[in-house]
Design a protein around this ligand. Structure first.
Ligand code: TRP
Length: 484
């Protein structure tokens, strides 16, 4: 067997994994959901979710990858030897396939908007409704949609084609610093606009009345998506690490970078939105319909608009390569394919599978099921079902099946100094991974598939049974422990 590829340095890994995490989720989605859910208070809840659920699962995924040196299917198989868990790894590969197909469609919009920026279109947009008409006419054009989707896809395939060190790592080392610099420039521009204080106030002054059960669930679901959790993307990246690397340390860096970029994007966008008196709570159209008008009206808007869409496209690219890499790694590890063959065949397959998503905004817009287009359906299946389900099982697997104590022994490789004489830290990690993360993810899962409300009803009716079941489970589990 060929020797497994590895990262050139730990820094390269951290950049690539942050590149996976930082994407459309940070720059497109985070600002608009924060805008819709009241700003500062939402961000506060989101930060808590990132810390108590996100970080432990990030560590768990990277650890599974590093320990087994395998893609998600191989990782589950090697650690469990069971068909059931191997199939869970397989769900991750399928999720990667599906997410890439629609993620690249949105990334295609961003790619196309770089050209719109170059053509100077934004200065012709006076109001948000001009902008949304323009947006609709672009996405309504199948050639435009498929064309930019294809262009973005070719870039994604090219990077993965080049391999771990020369593609994923080098690509991230070039793109991430550019992304960071652009974001700093946009942030400074935003803050320097007259009236930007209102935007900053929106981000820093919490309005707690806006926090509802619903917004907490949105925050938790987003924490998952933005950290690329639940389908083995970080597991796959972790599988290219060697035993000497310090996982907790890398995980903290990845999580902090991801959070920092989301907040910076929020500052850049809301200062500009408030300074020009636009509505912060418009939802998914915030970038394409609101921000474009803001660029159209500001001095230097031509260049700032262009920079913004370069930023968005680069962020999407460093994420889409991680999605393709998961699928490719599976075919390389488990089926013995060469990397090049896997990239060409699977890249093309995902591309073809995504075509109906690209056409969901035009030719196929009327073909709906329960009011959902093909795009909506695949998005729902992947983001609301497969990811939370996968994340739940990954947390349960590491904490209970592989077993926390065994996992901890592996985790200590390369991180001896962190855990030395820190029983409090270990205890906290154990509680989060074994109990808090699975329970919280389970609640998000019920919510995302629309079952939370009825589950609450059921609990009200049958709480006695539930309590009995829990008591029995605890007894059974603790007896198992004692037998070991
Ligand atoms: N985290 C990326 C974003 O915020 C999206 C992403 C990349 C992703 N890889 C993933 C999401 C794997 C879930 C799973 O845009």
């Amino acid at each position: 067997m060929a020797k497994r590829e590895h990262w050139g340095s730990k820094f390269g890994f951290v950049l690539a994994a942050s590149g996976s995490a930082i994407g459309l989720g940070n720059i497109w989605k985070f600002p608009y959901i924060a805008g819709q859910n009241g700003g500062a208070a939402f961000i506060f809840v989101y930060l808590i979710c990132i810390a108590i659920v996100g970080l432990p699962v990030v560590i768990a995924e990277i650890l599974m990858g590093r320990t087994t040196q395998r893609n998600p299917v191989g990782a589950f198989r090697k650690l469990s030897g069971s068909k059931f868990w191997t199939a869970i790894g397989g769900l991750g590969i399928i999720a990667g396939f599906i997410i890439l197909s629609f993620y690249a469609v949105i990334a295609g919009w961003s790619t196309g908007y770089m050209i719109e920026a170059l053509r100077g279109t934004f200065s012709t947009l006076r109001t948000a409704s001009d902008a949304s008409n323009h947006f609709n006419s672009l996405v309504g054009d199948p050639t435009w949609m498929i064309g930019f989707y294809a262009i973005f896809f070719i870039f994604t395939m090219a990077v993965v084609f080049l391999g771990v060190k020369d593609g994923l790592e080098k690509g991230s080392k070039i793109m991430m610093p550019i992304l960071f610099i652009i974001l700093v420039i946009l942030m400074i521009k935003g803050i320097s606009l007259k009236g930007s204080e209102a935007g900053l106030a929106f981000l820093w002054n919490p309005d707690w009345s806006k926090i509802t059960g619903q917004s907490i669930l949105i925050a938790l679901g987003h924490a998952f998506f933005t950290l690329s959790l639940g389908m083995g993307a970080l597991m796959t990246y972790g599988s290219y690490l060697d035993k000497k690397s310090n996982i907790p340390n890398a995980a903290v860096q990845i999580v902090l970078l991801d959070t920092l970029i989301a907040i910076m994007a929020g500052v850049a966008i809301f200062t500009a939105v408030f300074a020009t008196g636009q509505d912060p709570a418009v939802g998914p159209g915030l970038i394409f319909n609101t921000l474009t008008v803001v660029f159209g009206g500001m001095t230097g808007g031509y260049i700032f608009g262009l920079l913004f869409f370069i930023l968005l496209t680069l962020a999407a690219l460093t994420s889409s390569i991680s999605l393709l890499e998961v699928v490719v790694a599976y075919f390389v590890d488990e089926r013995g394919w060469s990397r090049h063959r896997a990239v060409l065949i699977l890249g093309s397959s995902v591309f073809i599978f995504g075509i109906p998503s690209a056409l969901s905004f035009n030719l196929l817009a009327d073909y709906t099921y329960n009011g959902k287009t093909f795009f909506d359906i695949v998005d729902f299946i992947a983001s609301n079902v497969l990811l939370p389900f996968g994340g739940l099982l990954i947390a349960i697997f590491v904490a209970w099946i592989w077993g926390f104590d065994k996992a901890l022994i592996e985790l200590k490789h390369g991180a001896e100094n962190i855990f030395k004489d820190r029983s409090g830290l270990i205890f906290a990690f154990k509680v989060f991974l074994k109990y808090i993360a699975p329970v919280m993810i389970f609640i998000v899962f019920l919510h995302s598939i629309g079952l939370l409300e009825s589950a609450i009803e059921q609990v009200k009716n049958y709480w006695i049974i539930l309590v009995l079941v829990i008591v029995m489970l605890v007894i059974i589990l603790s007896r198992n422990r004692m037998n070991k």
